[in-house]
Write a protein that binds this ligand. Structure first.
Ligand SMILES: NC(=O)C1=CN([C@@H]2O[C@H](COP(=O)(O)OP(=O)(O)OC[C@H]3O[C@@H](n4cnc5c(N)ncnc54)[C@H](OP(=O)(O)O)[C@@H]3O)[C@@H](O)[C@H]2O)[C@@H](O)CC1
Ligand SMILES: [K+]
Length: 550
């Protein structure tokens, strides 16, 4: 099974490396890139609001002291060329602008004025406000610049997104809304409460070459509005070659500036999930899902149903004696076996056809769960093991004991609370108020956790991050066109654990199963829509598969 359409997400350092390599290779000049960036923003505005292309309007362009500001001067010039009335503000000293930004500042000055002070009369309401204050170069909280920014915002408050956009100005962010860290999707803040971070939510954010991680993680989707990516002619420069440490020239003259393995991908639609006509049930594996006792078996049954629907050939629920009657009354296609402790589990695992295990949902926190997990992990046969919920919390007192036993066919699926129990120091770094950029991100945290645990970690949320110990990392974003707010419902995580287990039973590797599972989980929720409860999720998988042509 593979992933289709791998969309790359970059950090600011990766973007800079790609840009610098292209300039060093003489593929393009910085000035050309800036021109294309500015044009990309104008094209995106006209594509989004064709009414704005049809007749001239008024724009306010807020420029900052770096190259993001440089893009702003290009946009001002292009809009003016289009017949618009354009007012430009600059935060910073024009003499200190970087060279390309300065060139564009000077070109703009031949066409119009630049104000740095806030006038008492800001003039008539513009159709568009362009935020070109700060882009990927923000390294500290914005305090002083926010005066100008907020004044413009408050003057024409962008109150209600649902009304026709031109009753308020549309707010267009160049590259990323100013003040948002492009690596972490967090706003840099002062330690003090009145830090004055900038984060006006944009209607449209136009980024360049690739989306940045920050557009898709943490607050990014809340602040960026609709995000589009403009092609600025750097295609082929991200690193199509495997060994980017010793980069030969790329076929198109570009130099792969970033090792492909370092790049985070947006999880995409999985491919090849169909079954072969000649398959029999054992060709698609046998998943075992461990359950809790009486009144606690629902979570395991949800997981088992997810595993079966995603195509595991057979699924068995293993329950302690007190859970047997409840499970027997509820299960039909799913088999049932009594497993009370680690000794029973070891016996059951003698059957090598059981090739994937799901442990945790509803199992209970404590010694018995701990011992069963360790018994499963000690088994010599290399089966997939998905650990969720109580299987994670049972090791809160001694995570190192768990980490010592984990191996490369394991997947941990913590939510924020479980993550903090297993990786308290990493969670603390992630949750600290970010005062410097690039800020520590959920990507950094998940990669660090995977390395420490020695297995795949899937850190849940609307921005689910999936990382392997070798650094491979994907982001499954339930935002923008894939928002799935009804997924935050009891038992939804149990189904996800089961889906991943089912995929591993079918022979999918740990990282790919976690990525595909997270993607399918969101799609199943979107298929059902409002009113979704966890029981509905497995039942939507057939429709999702049909859409995939599986
Ligand atoms: N990469 C590409 O391919 C392309 C990139 N392009 C564009 O370049 C943008 C990146 O440009 P950039 O690196 O100059 O950074 P940018 O965001 O303008 O800010 C840096 C300036 O802000 C200042 N500053 C920072 N924090 C501050 C604070 N708290 N308070 C006050 N000042 C603060 C900082 O000052 P310093 O830290 O140096 O003192 C520096 O002067 C990118 O987002 C995209 O729009 C496109 O043109 C073409 C293709
Ligand atoms: K910006």
């Amino acid at each position: 099974m593979g992933q289709s359409l791998m969309v790359e997400l970059l950090t600011s350092a990766q973007m800079r490396a790609i840009e610098n390599a292209a300039i060093a290779n003489k593929t393009v000049t910085g000035l050309e890139l800036m021109e294309r960036a500015g044009r990309g923003v104008v094209d995106a505005i006209f594509a989004e609001w064709p009414e704005l292309q049809a007749a001239p309007h008024r724009a306010v362009v807020l420029c900052g002291p770096g190259n993001n500001g440089g893009d702003g001067f290009v946009i001002a010039r292009l809009l003016k060329d289009w017949g618009w009335e354009v007012e430009v503000f600059l935060y910073g000293d024009p003499a200190k602008l970087p060279p390309d930004a300065k060139t564009n500042y000077e070109r703009w000055c031949e066409m119009g004025g630049v104000r740095s002070e806030l006038p008492s009369d800001l003039g008539s309401k513009p159709a568009v406000v362009v935020d070109a204050m700060f882009g990927t170069g923000v390294t500290r909280p914005l305090t002083e610049p926010s005066d100008l920014y907020w004044a413009v915002y408050e003057r024409w408050a962008v109150s209600n997104r649902s009304v026709h956009p031109f009753s308020d100005p549309v707010w267009v962010a160049v590259d990323i809304p100013s003040g948002l860290c492009s690596d972490s999707g967090k706003e840099l803040e002062e330690d003090v409460l009145d830090g004055g971070a900038l984060h006006v939510p944009a209607h449209l954010t136009v980024s360049f070459h690739r989306a940045k991680i920050g557009h898709h993680i943490a607050n990014g989707p809340l602040v960026c509005g609709k995000t589009v990516v403009a092609d600025i002619g750097l295609e082929g420069c991200s690193g199509p070659l495997e060994d980017a440490k010793h980069p030969p020239e790329g076929a198109d003259g570009c130099c792969p500036a970033v090792s492909p393995s370092e790049i985070v991908h947006l999880a995409g639609a999985p491919r090849d999930l169909g079954k072969e006509v000649a398959d029999h049930k054992y060709s698609n594996g046998h998943a075992l899902v461990l359950s809790g006792g009486e009144g606690k078996s629902g979570a395991a049954r949800l997981a088992a149903r997810g595993a079966l629907r995603v195509g595991a050939g057979l699924v068995t629920v293993g329950a302690p004696p007190s859970g047997m009657a409840e499970c027997a009354a509820q299960l039909t296609a799913i088999m049932l076996k009594q497993i009370r402790d680690s000794k029973d589990l070891q016996d059951v695992l003698e059957d090598k056809r059981l090739n994937a295990l799901c442990m945790g949902p509803g199992m209970g926190v404590g010694r018995n769960t701990r011992e069963m997990v360790l018994a499963a992990l000690a088994s010599e046969y290399p089966r997939g093991v998905v650990l969720d919920a109580d299987a994670l919390t049972s090791f809160a007192d001694d995570p190192a004991e768990l980490f010592a036993a984990l191996h490369h066919t394991c997947v941990l699926t913590p939510h924020g609370g479980e993550f903090a129990r297993l990786f308290p120091d990493i969670a603390e770094a992630l949750n600290a108020t970010p005062t410097k950029g690039p800020a520590y991100s959920k990507v950094d945290a998940t990669r660090a956790a995977a390395k420490r645990a020695g297995c795949v970690v899937l850190f849940k949320g609307p921005d689910t991050v999936i990382a392997s110990p070798d650094g491979r990392c994907a982001l499954n974003s339930a935002a923008y066109g894939r928002a799935a707010p009804w997924l935050a419902t009891a038992g939804s995580g149990d189904v996800l654990a089961g889906i991943i287990t089912g995929l591993m039973a079918r022979g999918v590797s740990a990282q790919s199963a976690a990525e595909a599972g997270a993607w399918l989980h969101v799609e199943a929720a979107r298929k059902f829509g409002p009113g979704l409860i966890a029981e509905d999720l497995p039942e939507q998988i057939p429709a999702v598969f049909r859409d995939l042509g599986a």
